[in-house]
Design a protein around this ligand. Sequence first.
Ligand code: BTN
Length: 259
Amino acid sequence: MQNNIFSGLFVGQNLLSLKEVDSTNNFLKNLLTNSKPVPEGTVIMAETQFAGRGQQNNKWHAEPGKNLTFSILLKPTFLSVTEQFDLTRAVSLGVYDTLCPILGSALKIKWPNDIYYGDKKLGGMLIENILQGNQIKSAIIGIGLNINQDVFPDEASNATSVKQILHKDYDLRLILAEICNNVEAYYLSLKAGKINDVRNAYLNRLYWFNEQKRFKAGDDVFEGIITGVKDNGLLVVQQNDNENTYNLKEIEFLNNIKP
Ligand code: BTN
């Protein structure tokens, strides 16, 4: 039976809630290799992941039962491979719009798809696309959000949670349902061709946008200003009179404290 908090058309209508799994992304990937078709919008959520994966081969740690760790299956065959980043934008916006009414405007999307409150990380996503020719056949969208976790280990000094910010617990399923509804809305905007609306909304919520900040690229530490994000997702940073573009592995955001 469906719970009506999932008020969208398809995202979250088929929800599988697991007690423990290696990684919800892995689980969904394996499900896709079985012969039975998996409906678009299927969501796998887990109370505990014992091998949660993050960006750039990092591990994703979350205290069992206190946070959201889930994966959504989308089939954006209407997007070409060169438009992959629009899906990242749509999903980031769906998460952002869910948390913004609770947390306010200190909430930002840190390029490419981290969710930040002030200078701390609330969550992130790992989007794994399965390509067929020039199209995206399926997208496994893994999202990890720190919700009710009170303390973080020393090595995650940059992490925060909704609980640390607001000092109260939130219902994980309600937040999940709202994310599903909002992700679906942005996804349907993309499908309807409103790509520019999605791109503008993403830029409007971008962490450090149009601000003079410190970055590191290779051995080079410099001050620059994020002036945009290319259609394909590369970050555009202006340094003096030059604009350079970077992929995720090429640039690091440094905090404001001078060495
Ligand atoms: C990051 O910021 O590094 C991305 C974190 C993504 C974590 C989520 S939790 C659910 C899904 N399953 C995984 O193994 N990873 C993603």
